[in-house]
Design a protein around this ligand. Structure first.
Ligand SMILES: [Zn+2]
Length: 186
């Protein structure tokens, strides 16, 4: 039987009210009927007056840090370690939410997705450049050369697109407004 996330009471089966949250860090939150109004207030407060400027600054910082981490890993293992892009999505979303004052909402979802996409594009560019230089290729190449290398990479390892898609999805979904689901009445 589930325990209420607010008061800790054991909730009889079928009476749980789940709080919908799609972020990777989310633990399954359920509340009892007594705590439903309190949880509704908390969920509502999460979308009120987010500090967008601070969200932007923290999002940019999180994007820089996580990209730097990914790029550093590439330098150590001499491979793309493309799945590390997921970290960018997760860290940027948490940074934006935290910066905005532990808030959620559509604007923060957009900020998070934009920063994640930008960080991924820049990092992938730097990774391709770095790995090319390691094999003795000059870093001065036209953009279409980078596009061709990226295309070859995708062809060789298409599962990478799943990781990048997941990173973006995570970045966009994490700051989504939480929703209380009505209890299943049987
Ligand atoms: Zn409760």
């Amino acid at each position: 039987m589930a325990k209420c996330s607010l008061c800790g009471a054991t909730i009889p089966k079928g009476q749980e009210i789940p709080v919908h949250d799609l972020s990777i860090r989310a633990t399954r939150t359920v509340v009892c009927r007594k705590c439903e109004p309190e949880m509704a207030r908390i969920v509502q407060a999460e979308i009120e007056s987010p500090d967008l400027a601070r969200g932007l600054i923290f999002g940019a910082g999180a994007a820089l840090l996580s990209s730097f981490f990914w790029y550093s890993a590439v330098r150590v293992v001499h491979s793309e370690v493309a799945y590390l892009a997921v970290i960018v999505g997760v860290v940027v979303a948490q940074g934006v939410m935290y910066g905005a004052g532990r808030k959620r909402g559509r604007r923060l979802q957009e900020l998070s997705a934009i920063f994640t996409a930008a960080a991924m594009v820049v990092t992938v560019y730097l990774i391709i450049r770095h790995l090319a230089v390691e094999t003795g290729v000059s870093p001065q190449q036209p953009l279409n050369w980078f596009a061709a290398v990226l295309a070859a990479w995708m062809k060789r390892d298409p599962v990478v697109l799943l990781f990048w898609g997941f990173a973006l999805w995570q970045a966009y979904q994490s700051p989504a407004v939480r929703r209380l689901e009505p209890p299943v009445t049987s």
